[in-house]
Design a protein around this ligand. Structure first.
Ligand code: PHE
Length: 467
C-alpha cells in the first residue's frame, strides 16, 4: 500500500468531505427535486432521511475508512478480515465505484452549464434580458451538443489535472475559503430574492408545510436517493476521504458538521430560488433548468451588480462542482495506485477519458436523443442514468454499508472509532445501522417496485390486521 498520508489539520477532513458533499446536488438538484416532488412533503422526508439514514451511514463509512487507512475496497477487506467477516463485503465498494462512474459522467456535463453561464455573464450577455429570453438561452445551450461537449471536456480535464497533480491538497485548503464565501453569497441572494419579490411567506409555506397527500413511494425514493447523492454516500467516497483522517479527530462531530453544512446549503438554495419562481410565474416543476433560469433572471435585472453577482455565483458553482468531482475520481485512482501499482497520472487520464465518453450520452439526451424513450420508461438516457444511479444504486450501496458495519464489522472496532460517543448514543447508532436504516431503505425499495396502488393495499391490510 502506498505511503500513508494524514491530513495535518483537524478540520481538513470536514472541509474535504464537505467539499465533496456540497456541490451540484445542493445548488442544482435539490431545488428542482423539491419542485418536482411536491414541495414541503419532499423537504420533510428528505430531512428525515438525512438524519435517520444519511448521518449514521456517513459515520459508518468513516469508521471503515479511518480504521484501515487504505482504498475503499481494501478498507472493507482489512476490516472484514479483522472481524472474521466474509471478503464478499468488498463488493459494496465495487458497486460504489460503478455508480460513481455513471454519476460523474452526467455531473461533468451539468458543471459545464455553469461554465457557459459564467462565460456569458462575464461577457455581459445577460444584462437586461427578460425571463423568456433567459429561458430561450438555456434551451439554446441544451440544443447545442458542440457547446455542451466543449464545456464537458474542459471540466473533465480540470478534474483530471487536479487529481493527477496531487493538487487535491490545494483544493482542500481553498475549500476553507470557498465554503464560507458560497454560504455568504447564497445567504445574500436569499435575502435579496425574498425582499425584492415579496414572496417570503409563499416560499416558506411551499418549502416547509407538508401536504401529506403528495407523499407517494416515488417521492420517498427520490428523497432518499437525494439524501445519498447530496451527502456523497453509498459510494465509498467518504470512506476514502476518512482514510486520511487524523486519529484524534472525532467521527461523530465531523459527520454532524458535514451533514449540517450540506443540508443548510441545500435549503438556502431552495430559499433563494423559489421566490424568483413565484414572482415570475414560472413552473416549480420545470426540472434541471430551474437553478440556471431563475437565478439568471434575478441577476439580469440588476445591471452591473447583477453581472458581477452572476459571474461570482456561477464561478462558485464550478468550484463546488470540482471539489465534488475530484472525490468521484480519487477512490478509483487510489485503488489503481495501491493495487495495480499503476502510475497516478495514467490511471487518472484513462479513467477520466472513459467517463468523458460516457458523458456524451447525457449530452445527446438533451438534443439529438431528446425524444428517445428508453425501454418505455418515459425517460431519456440521462433521466434513466440519473434515476438508476442516484435513486436505486446509491441507496443499495448505503444498505450494504449499513449491513456490513452493523453485522459484519466487529462492534469492538466501531466502539473504538466512535470514542466520543457515550454508551447510550453508541447503542442508538448501532440500532439504526443494524435495523432502522436497512429496514427503511428496504421498505422504500419494495414500495417503489410494487407501485403506489399495491403499496396502499399492503399498508391497509397491515392496518386491518392490527385492528
Ligand atoms: N454530493 C455531491 C453533490 O451534492 C455529489 C457527489 C455524489 C459527490 C457522490 C461524490 C459522490 O453535488
Amino acid at each position: 500500500m502506498s505511503e500513508q498520508q494524514v491530513w495535518k489539520r483537524k478540520s481538513t477532513f470536514i472541509f474535504a468531505a464537505a467539499g465533496s458533499a456540497i456541490g451540484l446536488g445542493n445548488l442544482w438538484k435539490f431545488p428542482y427535486m423539491v419542485g418536482e416532488n411536491g414541495g414541503g412533503a419532499f423537504v420533510l422526508i428528505y430531512l428525515f432521511c438525512v438524519l435517520l439514514v444519511g448521518l449514521p451511514i456517513m459515520m459508518s463509512e468513516s469508521i471503515v475508512g479511518k480504521y484501515s487507512k487504505g482504498n475503499a475496497i481494501d478498507a472493507i477487506g482489512i476490516t472484514a478480515l479483522r472481524s472474521n467477516a466474509s471478503q464478499w463485503w468488498k463488493g459494496t465498494a465495487v458497486i460504489g465505484m460503478i455508480s460513481m462512474f455513471f454519476i460523474l459522467s452526467f455531473y461533468s456535463v451539468v458543471a459545464g452549464w455553469a461554465f457557459d453561464y459564467t462565460y456569458h455573464f462575464a461577457a455581459g450577455n445577460f444584462a437586461e434580458k427578460s425571463v423568456d429570453e433567459i429561458g430561450a438561452f438555456f434551451g439554446g445551450l441544451l440544443a447545442d451538443p458542440q457547446r455542451l461537449i466543449m464545456w464537458h471536456t474542459i471540466f473533465m480535464i480540470l478534474t483530471a489535472l487536479i487529481i493527477s497533480r496531487g493538487a487535491k491538497a490545494g483544493i482542500e485548503k481553498s475549500l476553507g475559503i470557498m465554503i464560507p464565501v458560497l454560504f455568504v453569497l447564497l445567504l445574500s441572494i436569499v435575502v435579496y430574492s425574498m425582499a425584492a419579490t415579496g414572496k417570503f411567506s409563499q416560499t416558506v409555506d411551499y418549502m416547509f408545510s407538508a401536504d401529506f397527500s403528495k407523499i407517494t413511494p416515488i417521492v420517498v425514493i427520490n428523497a432518499l436517493g437525494q439524501a445519498f447523492f447530496s451527502l456523497s454516500l453509498g459510494m465509498c467516497v467518504i470512506m476514502t476521504y476518512a482514510a486520511y483522517m487524523r486519529p484524534d479527530v472525532s467521527i461523530t462531530e465531523s459527520s454532524a458538521y458535514i451533514t449540517l453544512l450540506d443540508t443548510g446549503m441545500a435549503l438556502l438554495a431552495g430559499l433563494a430560488i423559489f421566490p424568483i419562481v413565484f414572482a415570475n410565474d414560472m413552473s416549480v416543476g420545470s426540472g434541471p433548468g430551474l437553478l440556471f433560469v431563475t437565478l439568471s433572471t434575478a441577476f439580469a435585472q440588476l445591471g452591473t451588480v447583477g453581472t458581477v453577482l452572476g459571474v461570482a455565483f456561477f464561478f462558485l458553482v464550478i468550484l463546488a462542482a470540482v471539489s465534488s468531482s475530484i472525490s468521484m475520481v480519487e477512490p478509483f485512482v487510489k485503488w489503481c495506485e495501491e493495487r495495480l501499482k499503476v502510475n497516478r497520472t495514467a490511471a487518472t487520464f484513462i479513467y477520466c477519458a472513459v467517463v468523458w465518453a460516457m458523458g456524451l450520452v447525457t449530452v445527446f439526451s438533451f438534443n439529438l436523443w431528446k425524444e428517445v424513450d428508453v425501454m418505455g420508461t418515459g425517460k431519456t438516457p440521462f433521466d434513466l442514468i440519473d434515476f438508476v444511479t442516484s435513486s436505486v444504486i446509491l441507496p443499495l450501496g448505503g444498505l450494504l454499508i449499513a449491513l456490513y458495519v452493523g453485522w459484519g464489522l466487529s462492534p469492538k472496532i466501531s466502539r473504538e472509532q466512535l470514542f466520543k460517543l457515550n454508551g447510550f448514543f453508541f447503542a442508538l447508532w448501532l440500532l439504526i445501522v443494524r435495523f432502522i436504516a436497512p429496514i427503511l431503505i428496504l421498505i422504500v425499495f419494495i414500495s417503489s417496485i410494487l407501485g403506489e396502488e399495491k403499496m396502499t393495499e399492503v399498508v391497509n391490510s397491515i392496518v386491518a390486521f392490527f385492528n
